[in-house]
Design a protein around this ligand. Structure first.
Ligand code: DLL
Length: 444
């Protein structure tokens, strides 16, 4: 499947050249055909979609080509939660071979299921992404995304294996051990969140690792927003090419799009996904190049296909052919979200989740502020909350005990460690309109 093409001076590799460089017309025909099949599939198999189509007054036969896409209803994260856990599955459980779930939802997570063919396609997408980044079967791939319900670890794992590389399934955490393995096993590709990569780089430097003379050459970074500035730092500190990988569990996981070494946006794998940009307030489609919310429709998935899924991620789309020869359109870096979800060290956090924890404790007021900071390398979340008048005049010991209880409860709900800072009653600014619950001091 490998193909090395000499294009000018650059040596470009494709995992699947025919698909990756297909004409736009060919791609669009393929998308139209697959869209029709997907629409038929969900209409027949998922009561939720049948109802949603009915409300829009459409039937599968009304969708004849891509031009009809905007007739279809949107799907949102809440729809997955409302149909928890398996209500949106379009394949019988006997055909589902893997379950993942996304973090960061109030109460129930959104659960997604994959058939064997979905898992196979996903591995193909990630192999395609890795080869796009310059990977080959001779690479040693250190996967430091978390393994488990999160799609990062297993997604990269199977893709790297499909490419034929040697995979080191380290998962997250235990930085000293990660550094030891990186050095001793001679990883040439590292896959993790960009913030963790920076942490590893800095800890590695402090431990005397000379990355300049280390075989590491490529970083596959994603799962959270990052910047050109961070790219420059990572490339310099680790002596690598750092590239962006994008994805979300509701649509598949990592490998929905991948940046090529031309570094001008990430190619969306359009033989599997149809991308649109909409105005998040009106839902109207926006022209290429204009910034708005990314909406994705899966056209190959069996387990849980999604129709016009509103990702809440803000980006722009660019369909022009890329310097790398690929025709699949590019999305610019995700710069933010159209909802209030925060991503803290790769974990999705909604302020409402913190709020519901705080409300369980009678000793605080319902006035709080989430303060997000990036201290050097890692995101930190501080929860500022007002103590009740009664509590404020209480003993230190009791306040410390309350702090610990809230911290532990947030850890168990969100799986992240936060710092609790109690403030005097009536000191958190009140708002007359929408409450401002988040102060994001990270520079993105
Ligand atoms: O984060 C999947 C993933 C794993 C992507 C590993 C890349 C690498 P979720 O936990 O469902 O899935 O979170 C999805 O994370 O809607 C974005 O807001 C954000 N996100 C993912 N990749 C990027 C990226 C995984 N490259 C949510 N840049 C998405 C910016 C990203 N944000």
């Amino acid at each position: 499947m490998f193909m090395n093409i000499i294009n000018g001076d650059a040596r470009i590799s494709y995992w699947d050249r025919e698909i990756e460089t297909m004409s736009r017309e060919g791609l669009e025909n393929l998308q139209s055909q697959r869209l029709k099949e997907t629409v038929q599939r969900v209409y027949e198999r998922v009561p939720f979609y049948r109802q949603a189509f009915k409300e829009k007054g459409i039937e599968p036969g009304d969708i004849k080509s891509l031009a009809d896409l905007s007739k279809l209803p949107f799907t949102v994260k809440q729809d997955l939660r409302d149909n928890y856990p398996y209500g949106l599955f379009a394949a019988p459980m006997g055909d589902i071979v893997r379950i993942h779930a996304s973090s960061g939802t109030t109460g129930k997570p959104s659960v997604v299921g994959y058939t064997r063919r979905d898992i196979d396609n996903w591995a193909e997408m990630v192999a395609r992404a890795l080869v796009m980044a310059g990977g080959t079967k001779h690479d040693v791939v250190h996967v430091a995304y978390g393994y488990g319900l999160f799609t990062g670890g297993l997604g990269l794992h199977y893709g790297a294996e499909r490419m034929g590389a040697s995979v080191v399934p380290v998962s997250g955490g235990n930085t000293a051990r990660q550094l030891l393995l990186l050095q001793d096993l001679g990883a040439t590709i590292i896959a993790c969140t960009p913030s963790y990569a920076l942490y590893l780089a800095e800890e590695g430097q402090a431990a005397g690792i000379d990355f300049k003379n280390h075989p590491l050459r490529i970083g596959i970074f994603g799962a959270e927003p990052w910047t050109e500035n961070l790219r420059a730092q990572l490339e310099e500190k680790l002596s690598i090419t750092a590239l962006d990988i994008y994805g979300l569990s509701e649509v598949m996981g990592p490998g929905v799009s991948m940046e090529c070494p031309a570094k001008c946006g990430s190619h969306i794998f359009e033989d599997h996904f149809i991308a649109e940009i909409i105005d998040p307030d009106t839902g109207e489609s926006l022209p290429y190049g204009q910034q708005g919310e990314l909406v994705l429709t899966t056209i190959q998935k069996e387990g849980i296909p999604v129709i016009r899924y509103r990702t809440r991620d803000i980006s722009t789309l660019h369909p022009e052919k890329c310097a790398c020869g690929r025709t699949h359109m590019r999305m610019k870096r995700v710069t933010g979200r159209s909802d209030d979800m925060l991503i803290i060290r790769g974990v999705n956090v909604f302020p409402s989740q913190v709020e519901s924890v705080l409300l369980e404790f009678g000793e605080t007021e319902p006035h709080y502020l989430l303060v997000v900071d990036r201290k050097g390398e890692l995101d930190n979340l501080e929860v500022w909350v007002e103590l009740s008048e009664q509590m404020f005049s209480d003993k230190i010991k009791q306040i410390e005990n309350l702090e610990e209880r809230i911290r532990n409860k947030i850890l168990s709900v969100l799986q992240i460690n936060v710092k609790i800072k109690f403030v005097e009653p009536r000191t958190i600014p009140r708002s007359e309109g929408k409450a401002r619950r988040v102060m994001d001091r990270r520079e993105l």
